[in-house]
Design a protein around this ligand. Structure first.
Ligand SMILES: Cc1cc2nc3c(=O)[nH]c(=O)nc-3n(C[C@H](O)[C@H](O)[C@H](O)COP(=O)(O)O)c2cc1C
Length: 210
């Protein structure tokens, strides 16, 4: 039995393309694998707080030395890390905001990149001090965008800090098996948007069937 972690990060509701596509993905997955389980986290509607001074102190103090204050400061981060580690497959919706991820998604990333929990730090290994700890996982990311042309060779390639960033940060944790699904051209609407949605739906049908 596989456990899915489904995350949405768009602040929009019914009008969100990434939200609709992750939902369709999970629904189709469950039709194929009815015994699989899903945890849902909606950070678009329930934002994740930014890390603060107490969080940093807690993250870099051994747990056995935590005061009640430090324990509380790191509680949500621990919960998010537990959630991440207990899932086998991730289905994540991430809009493009100003060429990168929405700030709430960055806040989520800052909570789950944890030395000793999701990445090991071995300072004496000069060649490779950071060792990924989140291994053997599979990730599907729906990226929604207002425009298109961010892919290699596209007119906005150099402005794309969206999938390159996600590949870098999740790869740093050990999640390297990532498949992207794109819904583009939201700003244009009409035929251009409809074609992109149709393409995403075909890809989702193929991925979940496989
Ligand atoms: C604050 C903000 C910034 C955006 N920045 C970009 C951008 O840099 N490039 C782009 O193609 N679209 C941009 N868009 C458009 C969104 O990516 C697009 O509407 C997408 O469909 C949003 O995801 P959602 O449909 O899941 O809500 C931006 C939208 C907002 C609200």
């Amino acid at each position: 039995m596989t456990h899915l972690l489904h995350i949405d990060s768009s602040p929009r509701g019914d009008r969100s393309h990434s939200r609709r596509m992750t939902q369709e993905f999970v629904e189709q997955w469950q039709k194929v694998y009815p015994n699989d389980t899903v945890t849902y986290r909606d950070i678009g509607h329930n934002p994740i707080p930014h890390v603060d001074e107490a969080w940093i102190a807690a993250a870099f103090t051994p747990p056995e030395q935590h005061t009640a204050e430090l324990q509380e400061a790191i509680r949500l981060s621990d919960q998010l890390v537990d959630e991440l580690l207990s899932a086998d497959v991730y289905v994540i919706g991430v809009p493009m905001y100003n060429f990168s991820v929405p700030s709430v998604f960055k806040a989520y990333i800052d909570q789950i990149v944890r030395v000793g929990r999701t990445v090991a730090f071995e300072p004496n290994d000069a060649a490779n001090a950071f060792k990924p700890l989140v291994l053997g996982k599979k990730m599907f990311i729906v990226e929604s965008r207002g425009d298109s042309g961010f892919q290699p060779g596209g007119r906005y390639e150099k402005m794309n800090y969206h999938d390159p960033y996600l590949i870098t940060v999740f790869g740093f944790l050990g999640i390297t098996d990532i498949t992207f699904i794109h819904v583009e051209n939201d700003e244009y609407g009409g035929q251009k948007l409809a074609e992109s949605i149709a393409k995403a739906r075909t890809q989702i049908a193929e991925l979940t069937a496989a």
